[in-house]
Design a protein around this ligand. Structure first.
Ligand SMILES: C[S@@+](CC[C@H](N)C(=O)[O-])C[C@H]1O[C@@H](n2cnc3c(N)ncnc32)[C@H](O)[C@@H]1O
Length: 250
C-alpha cells in the first residue's frame, strides 16, 4: 500500500528481528537511505544477521565486511526509542514504517508525534497495531489460559487499547496534522497449531516468567493444547489475529 519506488529516505521503528527488511530492500532504489531501528540492541543485531543472510556473497566475502555491505545497499540498523527520535532531523524521511510497535510503547501518542516530526511534508507513515480483542484469540489465548491455571502477571497496559477505537485514532492523527488517512481492520488466520508455537512467539522475559515454576508450566502447556485442539477439531477454525492497519500523509 505504500509506494516506495520514489522514496529517497525510509525510516523503520521497532524493526524487531527484521522480518520486513528484505521486502523493503527488494523494492527500494539502491541509493534510497533506509534506517531500521529498535529499542533493543538484541533486535538490532538480529536484524543485521537477517540482512547478512539475505544478501548473497558471490565473492566469498566474510562477515567482517558487513558494514561495507550494508553501506552498498544504503541500509543501516541502530538502537532508537520511537518516543524520542531526537537524533533524527525534522522533515527528513519520505516513509515511516511502524510494524506492531505503537500498541507496545509506553506513550504511543508521543511516538506518533515523533513520527510526524521526522517525516517530510508529503511523506507517509504506514503502521500496524493490534485490532479487535474479541476476534484475536491468537493474541489472548496465552494470558487467559495462564490466568486460569494460576499465573499472576504484573499489571501491564492494555495492548488492545490503541486499536480498539478507529474513530478516536483517526481523530488523534488528524490533530497531529496527518491527512489522507486510511484505516482498516484485517482479521487473518494465525499460523500456530500447538502450545509450543504460542510460547515461541513470546518475548524472552515472558518465556522466563512462564517457565519459572515447571509444574505450573506443564499445566499451562496441557490446557493450552486442549484449547487449541478444541478450536481446530471441534469448532474447525484456526486461531485468529486481528490488526488495525493505518496509512497517513504529513
Ligand atoms: C512485535 S515486535 C514487531 C517487530 C516487527 N516490526 C514486525 O512487525 O515483525 C515490536 C518491536 O518493537 C520494539 N519496541 C518496543 N518499544 C519500543 C520503543 N519505544 N522504541 C523502539 N522500539 C520499540 C521491541 O523491541 C520489538 O522488537
Amino acid at each position: 500500500m505504500l509506494d516506495i519506488s520514489n522514496a529517497s529516505r525510509i525510516f523503520e521503528s521497532g524493526c524487531g528481528p527484521g522480518l520486513l527488511i528484505p521486502t523493503i530492500l527488494l523494492n527500494k532504489t539502491l541509493n534510497c537511505e533506509y534506517i531500521s531501528t529498535d529499542l533493543s540492541e538484541k533486535m538490532v543485531e538480529s536484524s543485521k544477521l537477517r540482512v547478512l543472510n539475505f544478501l548473497t556473497f558471490p565473492n566469498g566475502q566474510q562477515e567482517n565486511d558487513s558494514e561495507i555491505l550494508f553501506k552498498q545497499i544504503s541500509w543501516r540498523a541502530e538502537v532508537a526509542n520511537a518516543e524520542d527520535l531526537s537524533q533524527f532531523s525534522t522533515d527528513y524521511f519520505d516513509i515511516y514504517y511502524g510494524g506492531f510497535i505503537f500498541h507496545l510503547v509506553l506513550n504511543p501518542m508521543t511516538a506518533l508525534k515523533e513520527a510526524y516530526r521526522i517525516l517530510k511534508p508529503g511523506g507517509k507513515i504506514g503502521f500496524s497495531i493490534w485490532g479487535r480483542k474479541e476476534i484475536a484469540d491468537n493474541y489472548t489465548i496465552l494470558r487467559t489460559t495462564a490466568a486460569e491455571v494460576g499465573y499472576v502477571f504484573p499489571k501491564s497496559h492494555d495492548a488492545f487499547h490503541l486499536g480498539s477505537d478507529k474513530a478516536e485514532l483517526k481523530q488523534f492523527l488528524e490533530n497531529l496534522g496527518f491527512k489522507n488517512i486510511l484505516l482498516w481492520y484485517q482479521n487473518t488466520a494465525a499460523n500456530r497449531f500447538t502450545a509450543e508455537q504460542i510460547i515461541e512467539g513470546q518475548n524472552p522475559s515472558m518465556i522466563e516468567l512462564l517457565q519459572k515454576d515447571q509444574d505450573l508450566y506443564k499445566q499451562l502447556l496441557k490446557k493450552l493444547d486442549e484449547k487449541i485442539q478444541h478450536k481446530l477439531n471441534v469448532l474447525n477454525e484456526p486461531l485468529m489475529q486481528d490488526c488495525l492497519l493505518v496509512i497517513a500523509q504529513k
